[in-house]
Write a protein that binds this ligand. Structure first.
Ligand SMILES: *Cc1c(COP(=O)(O)O)cnc(C)c1O
Length: 380
């Protein structure tokens, strides 16, 4: 047992080994040009992403957080305006609403998919609701398409947080629609551990079909300047590096393959947990019919979660908790006035969820070790 190697929650080195040759060539190409900010690499990546996702506009920026910030800036939100979102997500989803001067309004999530619930969204709409910001959590799309027409009738903008779901899609009206192409705007993160990650920070906003908004986003990321040094409005500095864009162009070509491998890893987990009779101790992630989950994370709900996590650590298996404290209970959002018990599903999940090792290169032997260790824990 002591000699067994560790099983990390993700392993970027294994992935780099597979594409090292292509990546190194791409990086050197940029070094030769000495053009590091925006430029043709970024423009090429933008058109490749736009055509992959199936949207008209794509605007590279400095991070997923900035993508959310920029997308929300195009709504010109004012004090008192409301944006409905999920409390069970990464911090940036809500912070960008607050940083734009609007009020985050939380809708609780579905206990099977962990995604924001459409019924909950509909129950939170008021005359001040300007946007809905669903997160396609852990790689599975929230079924926001089912209420898209209702939201549109009310003039509510849909901004999808796609940071964890690049390549996820759903069948909508008989065709395949990617995360980012359902609503008005999509926000992507290229943080290294995301399904499509770069080797630093990076992000992108996609615009489904609105040329004026696309043009505005292009200005907002360069200090609001339409022409250099002539500022139409106050923007921010949020540009994508050419080196990161070149790396992303290589990695985008492999994304479908890697997402399929993640799905195979997920299937192997499901088979192993059934084999070890663990299905009364843990609850596996649910995949909605008609959708393609791309398993950014493989998140189970587990009895005695914290003890299980400690036990797995003693077996060299690293797991993570996404997310231990829902956003409505975070100290910095206490001014919103939420209390424990207000969003019971999110609060329950925070106590039960556990993200198991998940990355395309995870080996069957390693998964066998994870499942066997979990069986030891529950049978001891
Ligand atoms: C990673 C992430 C972000 C932020 O992306 P960064 O590139 O790290 O700024 C936003 N929302 C969700 C759901 C994320 O997972």
């Amino acid at each position: 047992m002591a000699n067994l190697s560790k099983i990390p929650s993700f392993d970027l080195k294994r992935n780099y080994e597979r594409v090292k040759k292509e990546i190194d060539v791409a990086v050197l190409r940029v070094l030769e040009t000495q053009q590091f900010i925006l430029g043709s690499e970024v423009a090429d990546l933008e058109s490749e992403i736009a055509s992959y996702i199936g949207v008209k506009g794509a605007i590279g920026c400095a991070s997923g957080t900035d993508a959310l910030l920029l997308a929300l800036m195009t709504l010109d939100l004012k004090e008192g305006d409301e944006v409905i979102t999920t409390p069970f997500t990464f911090f940036a989803t809500t912070s960008c609403i607050a940083r734009n001067g609007a009020k985050p309004v939380y809708a609780d999530v579905d206990p099977l998919t962990y995604n924001i619930s459409n019924d909950e969204i509909l129950s939170k709409i008021t005359p001040r609701t300007k946007a809905v910001l669903p997160v396609h959590l852990f790689g599975q799309m929230a079924p926001i398409d089912q209420i898209r027409d209702t939201l549109k009738e009310k003039g509510i903008t849909i901004i999808e947080d796609c940071a964890q779901a690049t390549g996820a899609h759903r069948m909508i009206g008989g065709s395949v629609v990617h995360a980012g192409a359902v609503g008005d705007l999509g926000c992507f993160s290229f943080f290294p551990t995301k399904n499509l990650g770069c080797y630093g920070d990076g992000g992108m906003v996609t615009v489904t079909d609105d040329e004026a908004r696309t043009a505005r986003l292009r200005r907002l990321r360069v200090h609001g300047a339409g022409t250099t040094y002539y500022h139409d409005e106050i923007g921010i500095n949020s540009r994508l590096d050419a080196i990161q864009a070149a790396i992303l162009r290589v990695r985008l070509r492999h994304l479908e393959e890697w997402n399929e491998e993640r799905r195979i890893v997920a299937e192997r987990y499901a088979a192993l947990f059934a084999h070890y009779n663990l299905l009364d101790k843990i609850m596996l992630p649910t995949e909605l019919a008609g959708g393609r989950h791309v398993f950014h994370q493989y998140v189970i709900r587990a009895k005695k979660r914290d003890e299980l996590q400690k036990f797995l650590e003693t077996r060299g298996i690293t797991t993570r908790i996404y997310y231990p404290l829902p956003l409505h209970l975070q100290h910095c959002f206490s001014y919103l006035g939420y209390r424990q018990g207000d969003l019971p599903v999110s609060e329950m999940l925070a106590n039960e969820v556990l993200a198991l090792p998940m990355f395309p290169e995870l080996l069957p032997d390693e998964q066998e070790r994870v499942a066997a260790a979990m069986a030891d824990f529950y049978n001891k």
